[in-house]
Design a protein around this ligand. Structure first.
Ligand code: ASP
Ligand code: MG
Length: 435
């Protein structure tokens, strides 16, 4: 059971978790940092990189004070408050030590890891104060990524089982999401939002019955509630559908977290801590076919349009194009081709200029930023007649800049200007979900 930053975001919310995890069923509870903490820690590391130790110290002290208030409200007894304050001071003294040294990438990860280390320690003490038996499993003792940044399952399985053997089987286990060690044994992390991924990796390593991701919304919605009214919860999704939605904008689940569950065929359930009775969304290997299930949008997309006479009837051209993106470790999301050109999109603009420069060796290149991919998840089996006419009718006032159909049975993606996104989502809501 993984609880996200808002689910542990205040002393009240932490206390509200207790009834959700104290039933007799065996479980491991994975916690994120309290909401806002990882952002604050990243800001502190940015200041340290910029050699601005004074400003960094100031921010560290503000965050320290915030946590002292949390401690005051979290515990009932003086004894636990004292322990809590000491705990907070030890973590923040550790962070503050970095203001005195030259700052490196390694130390950034060590600082950012403090959020999860603090939230789990605070929660563990809360259970202790209430005489609820629990064990704190240090994620840094078992969670590990390999040289490519992928989970090292062999290591993880062996080490989490070793950690578990230290405690009686029926004791409630608490551990940190997000943080891990890298191939050199240094503190690292699974990238922002990675606690979901931690939960899924742990679930897969232990072959659990179910992986539950608890947030503050009742599962995947069929459209983006930030832009569209009257969205509804999707009750069942396949792993593929969930992966598409998670990647394309539905912020609720870290996209990589579907993979470990899919590989071991373990159901993932998305639940709402604010409404625990709600059944949420269940993700399994079964797909319930529906013409249109959900829509999600991803901003920050850049499109490259490459045109070349050399492409006409030639082979190997696309390979050369793709190799350039590979060289810069930049994943491509959408591709469309014609005989004289190819358009493709990326979401990470870090090497945009380098990529564009290399592509110009192959032909003319246009780059356009501020694009959005709208992904519609549904039944797009190519043998079906009437290929999604409702979508194109709904969007007939919006310029569609790329269309990707047939890439998978369960999704269709469109590229539009970001400025048209809200309108596109609303039109789809109105026409395909009849809102
Ligand atoms: N605390 C980390 C973050 O904010 C990981 C997570 O919450 O999933 O990105
Ligand atoms: Mg999250």
């Amino acid at each position: 059971m993984k609880f996200g930053g808002t689910s542990v975001g205040s002393p009240e919310r932490m206390k509200a978790l207790i009834p959700l995890i104290t039933d007799p069923e065996k479980k491991i509870v994975v916690l994120s940092a309290m909401s806002g903490t990882t952002n604050a820690l990243v800001e502190i590391t940015d200041l340290l990189y910029a050699d601005n130790a004074n400003e960094a110290s100031l921010k560290i002290e503000i965050l320290r004070e915030k946590y002292h208030k949390v401690v005051d409200e979290l515990y009932d007894s003086e004894e636990f408050r004292t322990t809590g304050h000491e705990l907070i001071n030890s973590h923040f003294d550790y962070i503050n030590n970095f203001t005195l040294r030259v700052f490196t990438k390694l130390q950034e990860k060590a600082i950012v890891a403090q959020g999860e280390l603090i939230s789990t320690a605070l929660f563990h003490h809360l259970l202790k104060e209430r005489n609820l038996k629990s064990a704190l499993l240090p994620a840094l003792n078992f969670m590990r990524i390999d040289k490519d940044g992928e989970p090292d399952y062999f290591y993880i399985e062996e080490n989490i089982n070793r950690e578990l053997r230290k405690h009686p089987a029926d004791t409630l286990k608490i551990t940190q999401g997000f943080i891990c060690r890298n191939v050199f044994g240094e503190t690292d992390n699974l990238k922002r939002g990675g606690s979901d991924y931690s939960a899924s990796i742990i679930g897969a390593a232990l072959k659990v019955r179910e992986i539950q991701i608890w947030t503050d919304i009742s599962g995947f919605h069929n459209n983006d509630p930030r832009f569209v009214e009257k969205t509804s919860v999707i009750r069942e999704l396949s792993f593929d559908e969930a992966a598409e939605l998670a990647y394309f904008g539905a912020k609720i689940l870290h996209p990589s977290s579907v993979n470990p569950a899919r590989e071991k065929n373990i159901a993932v359930r998305l639940k709402n801590t604010m409404d625990p009775e709600d059944e949420g969304t269940l993700i399994t290997s079964n797909s319930v076919l529906l013409d249109y299930k959900a829509v999600a949008a991803k901003d920050g997309i850049t499109v490259f349009r490459i045109k070349s006479a050399r492409m006409l009837m030639a082979y190997g051209f696309l390979r050369k194009v793709f190799e350039i993106f590979e060289a810069y470790k930049t994943p491509i999301d959408m591709v469309t081709t014609s005989e004289v050109g190819v358009s493709l999109t990326i979401d990470n603009p870090q090497y945009l200029d380098e990529i564009a420069k290399d592509l110009r060796e192959l032909g003319s290149v246009e780059v356009e930023k501020d694009q959005t991919i709208v992904c519609i998840v549904g039944d797009f089996r190519t043998e079906k007649t009437g290929s999604a006419p409702e979508i194109f009718t709904a969007l007939n006032t919006i310029p569609l800049k790329m269309i990707s159909y047939g890439g998978s049975q369960n999704s269709l993606s469109l590229l539009i200007d970001t400025k048209n996104k809200t309108q596109a989502l609303r039109l789809l809501s109105k026409h395909i979900f009849n809102n």
